[in-house]
Design a protein around this ligand. Structure first.
Ligand code: FAD
Ligand code: NAG
Ligand code: NAG
Ligand code: NAG
Length: 385
């Protein structure tokens, strides 16, 4: 009977737990996550901009309930935060080391966060799960902030920045409210990972919605006045300043790694894994394999997308099952490939993207994602069905 501890219950951690429970009746799984609910992050731009678009039950889904179909003794959910890993003792400490649990195998699936999610001095804009059980309040406060700001500066014109700008502009328009949104893009065209036609389409939609698009400019600083709550955002080159009621940075993702031994991390803080998704300790001999795996955003696989996290979960689960059952032979390998697949709605009526090298029609983007931000897929992500 093997004890498997999984840290993080999201696109990667949840399907791994289901897969092991389904195929190994004698297994014991402990799943650790700071909140009892899974957050459907994909819909965050719409959730945050449009208070009434969804009910909270649609994007905050109970995790433990989906595991009630397995024997009680096989599965345990711990609401908490992993705070340390002791590799030689094979233990994980939880909640500032107030409790410790043992593992035979460990899975790290703690994912990533964004700067605005963990903002300490201003209202956080939770694009990702926070580190505690406070998502409803955080989302509610962010919705209030976004819905009352008249001047909004969004830093970064990747998919999150563009989607958010489109949603906020549309929400204001529907409410008959004036909002002045400025999207700052470091690259000379927004959504630089798309074909030029995709970037042009997105810019056209945003301009039609009255969004100001600044290209080839970088935000070099953003300061909030503690009294007025207003922001001053500084740009590179001439140091010009933008005044805003709200500044939302959307660039970059940060690893949730504060509990992970540094010997597992690359220079940017991501967990180094091989193709089998085994964690590689630095300074360890190549042959010494640890009973530790990782999947999803936290790994050094650079395509940090939910469907990539799910693909990794399947590879990891297969290899871990083979290890647990003492099966020899070939292991599954994960290769992220080099094809970008991306659908970027700009408001509920259109958008752009890149699918198998093609820029999709706006009507198709609406049909695939714009109409509901894939919210109907949230339940399946937790149930792994
Ligand atoms: C706004 C936004 C929109 C996105 N849209 C898309 C999209 O349309 N399509 C797409 O493919 N991808 C999208 N992504 C990317 C996608 O959200 C991520 O790739 C995906 O969430 C990664 O899943 P994960 O399970 O690896 O990690 P995460 O989803 O980051 O989950 C990690 C989990 O681990 C928990 N955790 C962290 N630290 C600890 C700890 N110490 N102890 C215990 N638990 C811990 C976290 O609370 C969280 O529940 C989007 C991301 C954002 C931010
Ligand atoms: C852990 O410690 C930090 C810093 O002291 C504190 O902010 C946090 O609330 C603590 N978490 C728990 C779960 O006790
Ligand atoms: C909109 O915001 C930008 C950036 O802060 C500012 O330069 C511009 O003057 C504002 N426009 C209006 C009409 O307020
Ligand atoms: C992650 O790091 C390992 C070890 O350096 C390397 O072999 C692997 O190619 C890296 N993964 C990616 C996707 O770059």
């Amino acid at each position: 009977m093997s004890e498997v501890v999984i840290i993080g219950a999201s696109f990667a951690g949840i399907p791994i737990a289901h897969s092991l429970l389904k195929d190994i009746p004698s297994i014991k799984i402990t799943l650790i996550n700071p909140s009892p609910t899974f957050y459907f992050t994909i819909a965050a731009p719409r959730i945050l901009a449009k208070r009434d678009a969804f009910k909270s039950e649609q994007y905050l889904l109970p995790i433990e309930k989906e595991f009630s179909r397995y024997p009680k003794k096989s599965f345990k959910f711990i609401q908490g935060r992993a705070s340390a890993i002791d590799v030689s003792a094979k233990t994980v400490s939880i909640d500032n080391n107030t409790r410790t649990i043992s593992f035979d195998y460990l899975v790290i699936a703690s994912g990533s966060t964004t700067a605005s999610t963990i903002e300490k001095n201003a209202t956080p804009i939770p694009f990702k799960q926070s580190g505690s059980n406070n998502m409803k309040t955080l989302i509610h406060n962010a919705q209030d902030r976004i819905n009352t700001a008249q001047n909004i500066v969004i830093g970064g014109a990747g998919p999150i920045g563009v989607e958010l700008a489109g949603e906020i502009a549309e929400a204001a328009q529907l409410a008959g409210r004036k909002v002045n949104i400025t999207l700052v893009s470091a690259s000379y065209r927004i959504l630089p990972m798309l074909k030029p036609g995709g970037s042009m389409a997105a810019e056209k939609f945003l301009l039609a919605q009255g969004v100001n698009v600044l290209t080839s400019r970088k935000v070099t600083g953003a300061v909030q006045n503690p009294d007025s709550g207003k922001w001053t955002v500084t740009l590179d080159k001439d140091g010009s300043k933008l005044d805003a009621d709200l500044y939302i940075p959307t660039t970059g993702v940060l690893p949730n790694n504060d509990f992970i031994p540094v010997e597992f991390l690359d220079e940017n803080g991501w967990v180094v894994v091989d193709k089998e998704l085994r964690v590689k300790g630095r300074g360890r001999s190549k042959s010494a394999s640890l009973p530790i795996f990782a999947a999803g955003d936290i790994t050094n696989n650079s395509m940090r997308l939910s469907f990539k996290a799910q693909e990794q979960a399947a590879v990891l689960a297969s290899n871990l099952k083979a290890d647990i059952q003492g099966r020899g032979g070939k292991r599954k390998a994960y290769d992220q490939g080099d094809k970008i697949m991306m659908v970027v709605p700009v408001g509920s009526t259109g958008g752009t993207g890149l699918i198998f090298g093609w820029t999709p029609w706006s009507a198709m983007v609406k049909m695939v994602k714009g109409k509901d931000f894939l919210i109907s897929k949230a339940q399946a992500a937790v149930a792994a069905k």
